[in-house]
Design a protein around this ligand. Structure first.
Ligand SMILES: Nc1nc2c(ncn2[C@@H]2O[C@H](COP(=O)(O)OP(=O)(O)O)[C@@H](O)[C@H]2O)c(=O)[nH]1
Ligand SMILES: [Mg+2]
Length: 287
């Protein structure tokens, strides 16, 4: 079978001694080994030996976390497309072809995400992924189904000029934010998701960090939405409390001073936020 030539594969690893061997063996059915790069976060197990045994490029990252690793590996890529894939054997390599064919089929598509079948994920993990993806969708006005997937392909040119500031597991949302803010297309392909080999690293703590980082990204790329969301979060409860106090005051002659003050503050700051949203939206249209 003819292997794909114009794709670099980046695999971030941290103590994936059990999984990285089988992961690479599978990838090599589709990609020649010269095009694969493993970027490691100072593993203390046999990850390095497993990679080098197979003649695949291996280097140890500087900085820390998955984001720094991928950012650094991007400096060494030279093919037209870059595919990122976790090194824990969860993503079947056969899907490389699906992602590749999709990005290759349309010049307007800059990014293809492998949307995981969630059957193998625990309930908490599944909810976290769903919640963070929907949160991202709202703030960036897109319709993605799995923004945190660890398997995706990107057109290298689309990443030129990207600002990477995020840490750890927020790198996927940062890439999606960059591509969607350019107004370029992100496509999706359904993929299977397997049980990982070795110990997992992601927890609720990481989920919270990702949520905060999605807000920071939105602040950078789409501030209108942040103002608008803040406005709704303040004005909706403000209006509810306000109507209730007004009703009691005018019809039942009961005063609720504290509630009335709270309502005024909420509606007032919410209104300012809304004005800022409208102003920033208008200035976006002008420039
Ligand atoms: N280079 C590098 N890779 C990392 C780091 N943390 C996690 N990874 C890798 O990133 C991928 C995703 O992490 P993983 O533990 O599978 O997350 P989970 O499966 O979602 O719990 C795996 O291939 C990890 O080995 C890091 O600090 N540096
Ligand atoms: Mg994983």
């Amino acid at each position: 079978m003819e292997r794909i030539r114009d794709v670099n594969v980046i695999i971030p690893t941290l103590n994936e001694g059990d999984a990285i061997g089988p992961t690479i063996d599978e990838i090599m059915q589709y990609i020649q080994k010269e095009n694969i790069i493993v970027v490691d976060g100072n593993s203390t197990d046999n990850t390095r030996e497993e990679v080098e045994k197979r003649g695949v490029r291996f280097f140890t990252q500087s900085g820390s976390g998955k984001a720094d690793a991928i950012k650094q590996a991007l400096k060494y890529v030279d093919k037209e497309y870059v595919l990122v894939m976790d090194g824990d054997y969860t993503y079947p390599a056969k899907h490389i072809k699906d992602l590749y064919n999709t990005i290759k089929s349309n010049d307007e598509i800059d990014h293809v995400i492998g949307v995981r079948n969630r059957k193998r994920q625990s309930l908490v993990y599944r909810f976290g992924n769903w919640f963070l993806t929907k949160f991202f969708d709202i703030l960036f006005n897109v319709h993605l189904d799995d923004v945190l997937s660890g398997m995706y392909i990107v057109r290298r040119k689309a990443l030129e000029g990207a600002v990477f500031e995020m840490k750890g597991f927020s790198v996927e949302s940062e890439i999606a934010a960059h591509i969607s803010s350019l107004g370029n297309k992100i496509a999706q392909v359904s993929i299977e998701y397997r049980e990982r080999l070795g110990k997992k690293k992601l927890g609720v703590r990481h989920g919270i960090k990702i949520a905060v980082n999605i807000i920071r990204l939105s602040w950078r790329y789409n501030p209108v939405m942040v103002f608008f969301l803040a406005a709704s979060l303040l004005m909706i409860p403000g209006l509810i409390i306000g109507s209730y106090t007004a009703f009691d005051y005018f019809f039942l002659h009961v005063d609720h001073f504290v509630k009335a003050i709270i309502a005024v503050v909420l509606v007032g700051t919410g209104f300012q936020s809304l004005m800022l949203a409208i102003l920033s939206f208008a200035s976006c249209l002008l420039y």
